[in-house]
Design a protein around this ligand. Structure first.
Ligand SMILES: N[C@@H](CCC(=O)N[C@@H](CS)C(=O)NCC(=O)O)C(=O)O
Length: 417
């Protein structure tokens, strides 16, 4: 039962030696502290006797497979987690050892540990000489209990997992209510993930237009078969409409608009349409990648540079927008707003707490745009509670490995997937 790269030298031999104790072993203090924690699962401490004769203490250990004598008091400490105890058959092994811990003296300045088997006196009741060898292999001791190095490692991993936040797998708040309202089977199915801004684009469009649809929550990092069938790239959002399947948030937005149901996102005038497409493209091409660069960058100086870039890209968009607003084209939501809205929400919920993104000044053109986005019914109904975003983006803010295809692309300086 090796634990991997950081193991001390010759661990397997040492474990076998300290398991079988075929002959007397004398360990230096360093050897004891290094190797005993790797074998302490085999041995169960029974008693300690201080010597009156010299500077040593003798510890007696039974093989753990001897079992617990009946009546061992249970630990009643209220702070200690109750363990599930399973009764093991008793006396599966009679092997015993004693460890003599000898303290340093003026003539021998080192501490030593002498380990040897304890043999029961054959003349005493119970008769024959026992404790010679284990009645089972080391693997059986390992199966019964893990040694303390492994136990500590597992504990640390668990604690690390507890403090590290990860993406949520279920919407919360108003978004959860919308999920519930749209859980019934429908020929139009949106495969989405509650934290994903690309999904939210499509979700907002469905809500704005009042199209009937079924929302199906999937984990795009686990890539279930149901998602792969709709998008072989394994990314959300993905759409199924009857037998037809498609993906890519910007393409899906235009598809929904082309259905001609409810409020259009693109105006009818060809030149204004082109203008809207141009600025929606600016969001995807310039604003969105810069948002992730700000979030994933770990160097503080570079973070500031990316934040400046992001401000510049947003200012260019605000300058191109209708001067009164509050949306890009004026009073109604357009393709530009829907394309940008999920990141507008994440500026205050994610980039502000993680990178100190400045909140929009109330009453400014930008501030009015942000407020109108926050207040729009379709946007509110596809938005979860704030913690969902804070937790889900911690992976990006710490630039953890294996976060997503998008995070990898940003780190590699490639275009987004
Ligand atoms: N260009 C795609 C991007 C979609 C995307 O990156 N979605 C993320 C979730 S926010 C995803 O599915 N990631 C899965 C992965 O990284 O493997 C779009 O606009 O739809």
């Amino acid at each position: 039962m090796s634990t991997g790269a950081g193991d001390p030298p010759n661990l397997i031999e040492w474990r076998n030696k300290l398991f079988a104790v075929e002959e007397q072993l004398v360990l230096s203090e360093q050897e004891w502290t290094t190797y005993w924690p790797y074998i302490d699962n085999v041995w169960s401490h029974r008693s300690t006797q201080k010597s009156k004769k010299g500077p040593f203490v003798t510890h007696y250990y039974d093989c753990r497979l001897k079992g617990r004598p009946p009546g061992t008091p249970q630990n009643n400490d209220p702070n200690k987690r109750k363990r599930k105890r399973t009764a093991r058959e008793r006396d599966l092994c009679e092997m015993k050892i004693k460890v003599v811990e000898t303290f340093p003296t003026a003539t021998r300045p080192f501490k030593t540990y002498t380990i040897e088997k304890v043999k029961r006196d054959p003349n005493q009741a119970g008769g024959e000489q026992v404790g010679e060898t284990h009645r089972h292999p080391l693997s059986e001791s390992d199966r019964i209990k893990r040694h303390s190095v492994l136990r500590n490692e597992l504990k640390m991993q668990k604690e690390l997992k507890k403090v590290q936040k990860t993406y949520h797998k279920r919407a919360t708040g108003l978004a959860l209510q919308t999920v519930k309202r749209h859980s019934k089977p429908n020929e139009l199915k949106l495969f989405g993930s509650c934290f994903c801004p690309f999904v939210q684009r499509v979700w907002i469009a469905l809500e704005v237009k009042g199209i009937n649809y079924q929302y199906i929550e999937v984990d795009p990092y686990k890539k279930p078969q149901s998602l792969m069938e709709v998008n072989p790239r394994g990314l959300v959002p993905a759409l199924r409409h009857g037998d037809w399947v498609c993906h890519e948030s910007t393409v899906l937005l235009e598809y929904l608009d082309d259905l001609g149901v409810g409020q259009p996102l693109l105006p009818s005038h060809p030149q204004i349409r082109a203008n809207v497409r141009l600025w929606a493209d600016h969001v995807s091409r310039n604003i969105v990648p810069t948002f992730y660069r700000c979030l994933q960058e770990q160097d503080q100086q570079k973070q500031l540079l990316h934040l400046e870039d992001l401000k510049k890209e947003i200012s260019r968009l605000v300058e191109a927008a209708d001067p009164i607003g509050p949306f890009f084209l004026g009073g109604l939501l357009s393709l530009v707003d829907v394309t940008f809205a999920p990141w507008i929400l994440r500026l205050s919920r994610v980039l502000h707490p993680y990178r100190n993104w400045p909140l929009a000044e109330p009453g400014s053109r930008w501030g009015n745009w942000v407020s109108a986005i926050e207040a729009h019914e379709a946007i509110k109904n596809t938005t979860s509670d704030e913690t969902l975003y804070l937790d889900s983006y911690e992976r990006y803010a710490e630039n953890r490995p294996n976060t997503s295809q998008l995070a990898d692309a940003v780190n590699a300086g490639r275009g987004l997937p």
